[in-house]
Design a protein around this ligand. Structure first.
Ligand code: SF4
Length: 90
């Protein structure tokens, strides 16, 4: 009986895993993400969400988080953020 129950759990877990998908539109690639370390920001980095309507909540998000206010960041904005951070380090 116990083995049968474990098998059911295993198959349930397997079917759940098949539904897991990677979101490409996450905070790391969102224009409203302000990473704590812009020069080394990656999917596990944390930072602030500076979206005008979310800023009041002072959210700390990670690069892999996501919400429906996502707007893709431009390469120009990334370059500006990294140049500013590089200048601050010098
Ligand atoms: S929480 Fe939403 S708006 Fe804020 S950085 Fe992440 S995706 Fe963008």
């Amino acid at each position: 009986m116990t083995e049968e129950k474990e098998d059911n759990n295993t198959s349930t877990n397997s079917s759940m895993m098949k539904r897991v998908t990677w979101q490409s539109e996450n905070c790391l690639s969102c224009k409203w993400f302000s990473p704590s370390d812009p020069l080394n920001a990656d999917i596990l980095s944390t930072g602030k969400c500076v979206h005008p309507s979310l800023q009041k909540f002072k959210l700390t998000v990670s690069g892999r988080d996501w919400c429906n206010l996502f707007v893709e960041i431009s390469q120009e904005q990334i370059d500006q953020m990294q140049e500013k951070a590089a200048g601050a380090e010098q």
